[in-house]
Design a protein around this ligand. Structure first.
Ligand code: GTP
Length: 231
């Protein structure tokens, strides 16, 4: 696995706003299935588990065209939290666990402790995948809801295997959160300017004198939607 994915990305000058999304979660929770569902509307059952994948995708957020740059990560094990440079790179985290796998829920909680991630430090959304297999559920809905409440972020139970629009909703919600942070952290700029959100690393540096990452700055509380959306 390339531990430094950022270096591999050739940055072109673009008039569009870019939103860099890190898809985070333990092994086999469905990160690739969700990402490809979002990008192509198709479900592909099996993916290469050896390498990270990067994608670019144009979308409309708040009526504005944006480029989503998506890094679909590939941890080697439940213990493998992501490299710092991947974390620094991101404008937002799409946090994924599987409702069938308690260890994958624990992975997100460890990632949260590792990074201090919450919507008050960096935009994030929490997605519980494989909701088509409720009979094998290991993580109750209320535990996902509770974690999202603590992180002040959007939450949805979804099934990459069966749904399209609910997965797009999660990516779009993350895009809106990133936009919201940018609006709050920057003075108005001309519409032809490109934008970038202060990275988590910038925020960490900016918070050295304060109590921790979580104390840097709060912004709009995300909404929570625990119901399995019907496409
Ligand atoms: N039942 C069900 N299976 C799913 C769903 N999404 C993904 N899967 C299956 O879960 C397995 C893992 O999916 P991936 O998308 O490769 O998971 P990943 O998180 O990218 O895996 P790594 O790259 O190893 O970290 C595959 O067999 C998928 O077919 C879902 O919504 N429901």
């Amino acid at each position: 696995m390339n531990s430094s994915p950022i270096k591999g990305i050739r940055r072109k000058k673009s008039l569009l706003s870019e939103i860099k999304v890190l898809v985070v979660g333990g092994p086999s929770v469905g990160k690739s299935a969700l990402t490809v569902r979002y990008l192509t509307k198709r479900y592909i059952g099996e993916y290469d588990h050896q390498s990270e994948n990067r994608y670019k995708h144009e979308a409309m957020i708040n009526g504005e065209p944006v480029i989503f740059e998506i890094l679909d990560t590939c941890p080697k094990s439940d213990k493998d939290l992501l490299a710092v440079d991947s974390i620094q790179w991101a404008d937002g985290f799409l946090l994924v666990y599987s409702i069938l796998d308690k260890a994958s829920f624990d992975y997100i909680q460890r990632f949260r402790r590792h990074t201090g991630a919450s919507s008050s430090t960096i935009p994030c959304v929490l997605v519980a995948n494989k909701a088509d297999m409720v009979h094998l559920r290991q993580v109750p809905t209320h535990e996902g809801e509770q974690l999202a409440k603590e992180m002040e972020c959007y939450f949805a139970e979804v099934a990459a295997a069966e749904q399209v629009s609910s997965i797009a909703d999660a990516f779009n919600e993350l895009g809106r959160e990133v936009h919201s942070v940018r609006r709050r952290s920057k003075p108005p700029m001309s519409s032809s300017s490109t934008h970038s959100t202060p990275s988590l690393f910038d925020r960490m540096l900016g918070s050295r004198s304060s109590a921790g990452i979580g104390s840097i700055r709060a912004y709009a509380r995300g909404k929570s939607d625990s119901a399995l959306p019907k496409d």
